[in-house]
Design a protein around this ligand. Structure first.
Ligand code: ADP
Ligand code: DP6
Length: 332
């Protein structure tokens, strides 16, 4: 292989309504349960990969900052899977911009590895189908498997240790009256990664076994609610699912939580929205920020209420987002 290989992709984050929290096989990145998410238009990563003989080693620049050895190693391991498929040992420069706070529970790892998987596929001219790319993205971060698609997306847990059986697929286009509002209470990176936190939960939380059972039932019910476009049902199931996930962490030993005082305040604000007759439900991930599921048509009224207690700059409205797509090359 003598020519240079380069491609640039944009992939959007996704927020799970039925959460993925725990792996049954850490090496193969296989989840304990299936999960279901909504891809978001407002938050995304743009990633370029350039494989070339000029590079003596892999490089990774995120938001114009060269990244630590550890971060570069994570990227190298991911690139290795694509290099293997192409039978090449060319090193690469990865340049990425997050249009989402990094490691703050807003799913930067999801858009990141979906964008990188698509860029590698494009650059190396592998022509992998979306399903295969979802599997490849999963190796970077589990939730990234879902960012290969737009709208509502289901990630199937698959069977046993069969890596090929666990991938995401579109569930519903979400081309109806639905939106998500991110209420940013803290943009700082989280003190512990979702990867460490979910493993600690599996190993020490007596509630974990029950969690897996609850997910199976929540998933069945939310799928029906999505098909019926019943946003009250969707919101109730998603809100309860998120709180059950956070309860597994409170019951871990030692216990921990991603809740901050402002997160609790934000959740209470959503309950108040409901008391005021609005349709709004919350979910929360591995970070202090709160996301609100609501009809798009009610966004102005919800914003008006929230703006009384929160800085309008920290209220970010998103419609459902698309699948990844190619964008023009950055200057290297
Ligand atoms: P988040 O809540 O943002 O998904 P995670 O801890 O799950 O937090 O993932 C954050 C990690 O994902 C970062 O520490 C970094 O290793 C990786 N990451 C984030 N953005 C990018 C990117 N654009 N390209 C490659 N890796 C990224
Ligand atoms: C709470 O996908 O970031 O956001 O697979 O270890 O990279 P790794 O974890 P990650 O975990 C996401 C956890 C979550 C729930 C979800 O997105 O389903």
């Amino acid at each position: 292989m003598s020519k240079d290989y380069i491609a640039t992709y944009q992939a959007h984050t996704n927020i799970a309504l039925i959460k993925y929290w725990g792996k049954r096989n850490q090496d193969l990145m296989l989840p304990v349960t299936s999960s279901l998410s909504l891809t978001l238009e407002a938050f995304y990563s743009q990633t370029q990969v350039h494989f070339a003989k000029d590079y003596a080693s892999d490089q990774f620049i995120l938001n114009d900052q060269p990244q630590s050895k550890n971060e570069v190693q994570k990227i190298s391991n991911f690139l290795d899977r694509f290099r293997q498929l192409k039978a090449t040992d060319l090193k690469a420069k990865v340049t990425s911009y997050n249009h989402v706070p990094t490691a703050a529970g807003l799913a930067s790892s999801a858009s990141a590895f979906a964008a990188l998987a698509c860029a590698c596929n494009g650059a190396l001219e592998l022509n992998l189908p979306q399903k295969e790319l979802s599997i490849m993205a999963r190796f970077g971060s589990g939730s990234a498997s879902r960012s290969l698609f737009g709208g509502f997306v289901e990630w199937e847990k698959g069977q046993g240790d069969d890596s090929q059986s666990s991938f995401a697929h579109p569930f519903d286009e979400a081309d109806w009256d639905i939106a998500m509002i991110a209420l940013i209470v803290n943009q700082a990176a989280k003190p512990f990664s979702s990867r460490q936190a979910m493993q600690h939960t599996i190993e020490s939380s007596p509630f974990y076994a029950l969690w897996a059972e609850e997910v199976a039932s929540d998933l069945k019910h939310i799928k029906r609610a999505i098909k019926a476009r019943d946003i009250h049902q969707i919101g109730q199931i998603a809100e309860h699912n998120a709180m059950k996930m956070h309860a597994t962490m409170l019951a871990a030993n030692p216990s921990f939580t991603y809740f901050q005082a402002e997160s609790l305040q934000a959740m209470e604000a959503v309950r108040q929205l409901r008391k005021a007759g609005l349709t709004a439900y919350f979910t929360m991930d591995a970070g202090p920020n709160v996301k609100i599921i609501c009809p798009y048509s009610e966004v102005p009224a919800i914003q008006a209420h929230l703006s009384k207690a929160f800085d309008p700059q920290n209220i970010i409205v998103s419609r459902p987002g698309p699948q990844p797509f190619p964008i023009p090359t950055f200057k290297n």
